[in-house]
Design a protein around this ligand. Structure first.
Ligand code: NAD
Ligand code: WQD
Length: 340
């Protein structure tokens, strides 16, 4: 039995492939390579010391997805494929609804048709919108602001309805906070295709000399040092959460066939904390200037992680030092990402 990993060539998906292979699972990667580089698959193969099955398919191509599910005799899907840039989703919402919502609908229809009923889905803390209480529990009301967050919330609705409609489905909805870091080998990591919009890859490129200076978006928030606070989680911890979710789904009974959990550490760090930690890890200066607040940003957002511990038996293990160290190792070994 094989696990199909959509978006397996991307940042989080590539780390998930390694973790699942190392746990002894057979996998096949399905990816359209729209925002990733096929070289990541060679690197996964190098780390795991085995060949990777790969299908260059778009999740919106239902017949091709159904065919792959049948050919590989898949028993489950881990679904990472999607577009994820908040600003881009505001300027081009139709692409986001098409790729994320229509794409997931077609994937689910292909699973339904081929009898594959186990799914792990990459959701986001973005579905919560501005936190009303902290730490954010799964019971916090959803209210995404950006089209990106709305696509994730719509998909979550689709999944919960599907689980109710047919008790043979087993679904895990995982809401990620801020994934950072890289595999300890430095062979795979985050490889933004354009100017990074997220903090950690931007800091890493400043440390590496690819960019001159970081703009800190606001220093007048109601936080200990005035800069935004987030729950950064090491990508390897994150994908280990997927493995735990997969194992949990295998044991779940039909009465409770859809679970939703936050994947975060429960600890918030500010932008200035991140700069200092990265300076320590890289031994490089990170020049920065204070810029105006970025539209749509909240002061602070960090997870309540008690459900993840209770429901899937998982807690994050890696600390901020490891997150920065592993990012720096990846960047030093691949200064231009997979293009090298
Ligand atoms: P990524 O862009 O590195 O990976 C996404 C992968 O999906 C890429 O390989 C891309 O080519 C593929 N893809 C996109 N659309 C596709 C389609 N229509 N058909 C087939 N393949 C397609 O992004 P990532 O950071 O690895 O994110 C993975 C998932 O996790 C996404 O769904 C994202 O929304 C979610 N997520 C990411 C973060 C984050 O900060 N990185 C946070 C929360 C949730
Ligand atoms: C973190 C902090 C910024 C860049 C986004 C998505 C979320 C998830 C993760 C996908 C904030 C500050 C940033 C910079 C800065 N992705 N910052 N200068 O906004 O918490 O979350 O990515 O699901 O859904 O919304 O992450 O890394 O962009 O920002 O000062 O150049 O760093 O203001 O306080 P964010 P981020």
């Amino acid at each position: 039995m094989t696990i199909l990993i959509t978006g397996g060539a991307g940042y989080i998906g590539s780390h998930c492939c390694v973790t699942f292979l190392e746990a002894g699972h057979d996998i096949v990667v399905l990816d359209n390579l729209g925002t990733s580089n096929v070289e990541s698959l060679n690197r996964i193969a190098e780390i795991a010391q085995q060949k990777i099955s790969f299908e260059q398919i778009d999740i919106r191509d239902k017949p091709a997805v159904a065919d792959a599910l049948k050919r590989y005799r898949c028993s489950a899907v881990v679904h990472f494929a999607g577009l994820k840039i908040v600003g881009e989703s505001i300027s081009d919402p139709l692409s986001y609804y098409d790729n994320n919502v229509v794409g997931t609908h077609r994937l689910l229809a292909a699973m339904q048709e081929t009898g594959v009923r186990k799914l792990i889905f990459s959701s986001s803390a973005n579905v919560y919108g501005p936190p009303e209480t902290q730490p954010v529990t799964e019971a916090h009301p959803t209210g995404p602001i950006s089209p990106y967050g709305k696509t994730k919330a719509i998909i979550e609705q689709m999944l919960t309805d599907l689980a109710v409609s047919d008790e043979s489905w087993r679904i895990a909805i995982l809401r990620y906070f801020n994934p950072v870091g890289a595999h300890k080998s430095g062979l795979i990591g985050e490889d933004p295709q354009d100017v990074p919009t997220n903090l950690m890859p931007y800091i890493a490129q400043v440390a590496a000399g690819r960019r001159d200076c970081l703009s800190v978006f606001g220093d007048d928030y109601d936080t200990p040092d005035g800069t935004g606070v987030r729950d950064y989680i090491h990508v390897v911890d994150l994908v280990e959460g997927h493995l735990k979710a997969y194992e949990t789904l295998a044991q779940r009974d039909s009465a409770d066939n859809c679970l939703t959990v936050n994947l975060g550490t429960g600890t918030g760090y500010s932008v200035l904390d991140m700069i200092k930690a990265f300076q320590r890890a890289s031994n490089k200066p990170i020049p920065y200037t204070i810029a105006p607040r970025r539209d749509g940003d909240v002061a602070s957002c960090y997870a309540d992680t008690s459900q993840a511990s209770k429901v899937i038996g998982w807690t994050a293990k890696r600390d901020l030092e490891a997150m920065c160290h592993d990012t720096w190792n990846w960047v030093c070994k691949n200064p231009n990402g997979y293009e090298d």
